[in-house]
Every structure is written in C-alpha cells, then in structure tokens.
Design a protein around this ligand. Structure first.
Ligand SMILES: N[C@H](CCC[C@H](N)C(=O)O)C(=O)O
Length: 279
C-alpha cells in the first residue's frame, strides 16, 4: 500500500489515497502504521476518500494512533488540501471536505504554483455543555468551570471544534506538567467522549503559547483544532482580541474568530516522503 508522509508544524500524518487503496480495518491500520518503532510513526492516519455528500468535493477520515476516529484534525486538513493540489486531484484552491465535524473548507494559498500555506474555514465552535460533551454542568458556555482531578482542582473552559477541547490557562506553559496532568483530564469521567487538553499561557492580547495533550495521541508538536479551541476560549474569557498568533512547539498558527461566526486557521503543510507499507 502506497502512503505519503506529511506534517503540519510537526504534527505528522500517514496519508493514504482511498481512491486507489482498499483499507479493510482503518482503526487497526492506524495503530500499526502510527507506531514510532514498529510502524512508520505518526500522530495519525488520514484517508483521502470520495465524498458521499453532493455539496462536498472529497471526504477526509482521520484516525488517532490509539485507533480511535476523531471528528476532525486541523493540521491534517491543511495537508489534505496540499496533497490534492500537488497530485492534480483537483483544480480547485477552495476545497469542500466532508468530515465527521461537517464540511470544512481549506483554501490553498498558491505562490509560484506551490502551496505556500492553507487557510481553513473550521466552521463554528460548539460552546454548550452538550456540544463538548461534558457532564455535571448545563450551560450554553462552559467558562471557568471547576474540574476536580484527583486531589487538584482546575478551572477549565471547554470548546468543541467538532472534537472536544478542554482549555486550562497557566502562568508558564513550558513549565507545566503536561504529561502528568493531560491524561488524567483526557480520561476524566465528566467527558463521555474523552477530551483533548490544552495548556495556555496568554502572552498578550494577540499572542498565546500552547502546549497540548491530545486525545488518543498524547503530546504533539501542534494541534490545529486545539489552537482554534484555545483561541475561542481566550476570547470568551476576554484575555485576547479576535485574531491571535498561537505559538506551538512546532511553530505558529494564525487563528481568527469573530463571535457568532466561523473560526479561521492559517498555517503551513509539508510533504516529507512517499513510501510503501508492506505489512
Ligand atoms: N487527537 C485529536 C484529533 C487530531 C487533532 C489535531 N491533531 C489537530 O491538528 O486538530 C482528537 O482525538 O480529537
């Protein structure tokens, strides 16, 4: 099976063209191929598929290294758009992609016939407790909610980008024990679908620093939906303006959200190599 290795700010993916390859058990394949010692190694498996919906051009399915299938992936959808353009699978530069989070629209920014960057309409965030979902609270915005984690209490703001994000504001993101606290919140019983966990240091009203523990993946160098959710959370708490530079371990994303409208994410997408999976 041919695959293409791509990444968005070091959040890396094995891309497989579902038009040419028949994948019988993508959950199992994701676990095997994402393994960094016994497989290719990646933060996710991404399938390029024909859309089942009239109003979409293609369909994207994403699988975490633990085999789970999340609703969306921001860094992957930028890679998805570049993949299609570079292989002449579309002439469009604004592509409508069917996902479990709805139709998401990457727009390719082309310079000298190269994909310089990708701006993505990530849709509207879900703010209510049932959107996340989170139990034990019933509000249309989950802001400064108390979460008991073993003998600690955290103040969280929860936002859905189709997938769940639990945002905690901290004084020093570099210094925070992400690998210790992240999994306890990911698996917390108040999250029926588990959750991604973002730790945010507000630098000023237009910059935040983000560290992330991803649902089904653990620490990653970048998380696109997480950067969107964290920006929405920062605006809801009036810590930042509507356009924010998000500084991640792998680089920077520009996120913009005007209340009651869509979230827009802009960032790079890179292709690293093509390979053949023989297992
Ligand atoms: N692990 C995430 C999916 C990948 C999201 C992230 N890699 C991104 O760029 O949005 C989840 O289970 O919701």
């Amino acid at each position: 099976m041919e695959f293409t290795k791509m990444h968005g700010l070091g959040n890396d993916f094995v891309m497989v063209n579902g038009f040419n390859e028949d994948i019988a058990d993508p959950n199992q394949l994701a676990e095997a191929i994402c393994d960094r010692h016994f497989g290719v190694g990646a933060d996710g498996l991404v399938l390029i598929l024909p859309s089942k919906q009239e109003e979409a051009d293609f369909r994207m399915r994403i699988f975490n290294p633990d085999g789970s299938e999340p609703e969306m992936c921001g860094n992957a959808i930028r890679c998805f758009g570049k993949y299609l353009y570079d292989r002449d699978l579309t002439e469009k530069t604004k592509i409508r992609v069917e996902t479990l989070a709805g139709i998401i629209v990457p727009e390719l920014i082309i310079e000298k016939d190269q994909v310089e960057a990708v701006q993505v309409d990530m849709g509207q965030p879900g703010l209510g407790s049932t959107d996340i979902p989170i139990t034990g609270v019933n509000k249309d915005k989950v802001i400064k909610e108390k979460l008991e984690v073993e003998n600690e209490e955290y103040e969280i703001t929860a936002v859905s980008m189709g997938n769940p994000h639990t945002v905690i504001f901290v004084d020093d993101a570099d210094d925070f024990p992400v690998t210790e606290v992240g999994p306890k919140i990911e698996e917390h019983p108040r999250f029926p679908e588990k959750t991604n966990v973002e730790f945010i240091e507000v630098m000023n009203r237009s910059e935040i620093k983000m560290r992330v523990w991803e649902r089904g993946a653990g620490v990653t160098l970048a998380c696109g939906t997480g950067a969107c959710g964290s920006t929405v959370a920062s605006i809801l708490n009036d810590y930042t303006n509507q356009k924010v530079e998000v500084h991640l371990l792998g680089g920077d994303l520009t996120i913009e959200w005007t209340e009651d409208s869509h979230v827009y994410m802009t960032g790079p997408a890179e292709e690293v190599f093509v390979g053949e999976w023989i297992k």
